[in-house]
Design a protein around this ligand. Structure first.
Ligand code: PBG
Length: 323
């Protein structure tokens, strides 16, 4: 008879007992904060759909990075808003592009902060798609060349790690080859391995000014219905040389984080995306949810599911709460 012998409430009785038996712990070093870098000087433009997140010019970005480091946050991932966009995404792989300049400035002023770069073309193309458009669709293999050039330019500028988010087939392989053949065999790749065509990227597209001008991303990002295919994506990225695999978004895909944790031994990252952030912030501003508790509960759930690294717009407030 389990009851009355067994009473699980015994270990919930006091904060000290709850602390003692807590299974999941968060620490600021597991968070990576996404940052948006834009042209100009002294620019700190709040993104209306993502309160407390900003488009930052390089000088302001450096200040932000000093604060990020002082909070013990694991690192930053950079997204760029170029001066101009074109059909060939030239800004993505320009040695003197916005992200490349930002990397150099951060590495100079905040040398110990981990700098990751998002490798994609959608912020740099005039049409907002993630690659070269041929016959109305993104052409996979031409796009690989752009991605390889972009990743290499980030490594040259001093990035510690590159993170391809485009969902082209073979991009991890293409980037690994480009890095290795130029002497950057030590730069790890964090692959957005299972990235879904999600409504939750909505606020980000305002932040990065990267909404597609026609159609959507369903011919390259994954169908939210497909879990087994997500495991295939992860497996292929690992075979191509990914060092860290990512599931994105996080909250609606906790089952896949958990499945990946059971099946693969590589470090797993999860991206708590813009929409996940903005939903909580909006509800809190309406008085419908407690901001801090919703933030911590979701971050804890993502960690409990099996992600040891979380890309999150909550990195700063969460780190402050944990300190
Ligand atoms: C670039 C990219 C996107 C996000 C990360 N990298 C946008 C997209 O795929 O449309 C989304 C991040 C977020 O919503 O916070 N491809």
């Amino acid at each position: 008879m389990p009851f009355p012998t067994h009473r699980l409430r015994r270990l919930r009785a006091t904060p000290a007992l709850r602390e003692l038996v807590r299974e999941t712990h968060l620490h600021p070093g597991q968070f990576i904060l996404p940052l948006f870098v834009c042209p100009g000087e002294g620019v700190r433009h709040e993104i209306s759909s993502m309160p407390d997140n900003y488009q930052l010019s390089v000088d302001e970005l450096v200040k932000e990075c000093v604060e990020v480091q002082s909070l013990g946050i694991g690192g930053v991932i950079l997204f760029g808003l170029p001066e101009s966009k074109d059909e060939m995404a030239s800004g993505a792989y320009d040695e003197n592009g916005i992200v490349q300049r930002a990397i150099r400035a951060i590495r100079k002023e905040v040398p110990d902060l981990l700098v990751v770069t998002d490798v994609c073309n959608c912020e740099y193309t005039s049409h907002g798609h993630c690659g070269y458009i041929k016959d109305g669709d993104v052409d996979n293999d031409t796009t690989l060349q752009w991605l390889a050039k972009a990743a290499l330019s980030h490594a040259r500028a001093g990035a510690h790690m590159v993170a391809p988010s485009d969902m082209m087939d073979g991009r991890v392989w293409a980037i690994r080859q480009a890095l290795d053949s130029s002497g950057y065999e030590k730069i790890p790749i964090m692959a957005y391995a299972a990235k879904f065509a999600s409504v939750f990227y909505g606020p980000f597209r305002e932040a990065a000014e990267s909404a597609p001008q026609f159609g959507d991303r369903r011919s390259y990002q994954m169908d939210p219905a497909n879990g087994r295919e997500a495991m295939q994506e992860i497996e292929l990225d690992l075979q191509e040389g990914a060092d860290i695999i990512m599931v994105k978004p996080a909250l609606a895909y906790l089952d896949l984080i958990s499945r990946a944790r059971q099946r693969f031994d590589a470090p797993i990252a999860a991206y708590q995306v813009s929409g996940e952030y903005s939903m909580i912030v909006a509800a809190a501003r309406n008085g419908w949810l407690d901001h801090d508790r919703a933030m911590m509960e979701t971050l804890t759930s993502i960690t409990r599911a099996g992600a040891s690294i979380i890309l999150t717009y909550f990195a700063k407030p969460a780190a402050r709460l944990l300190s």
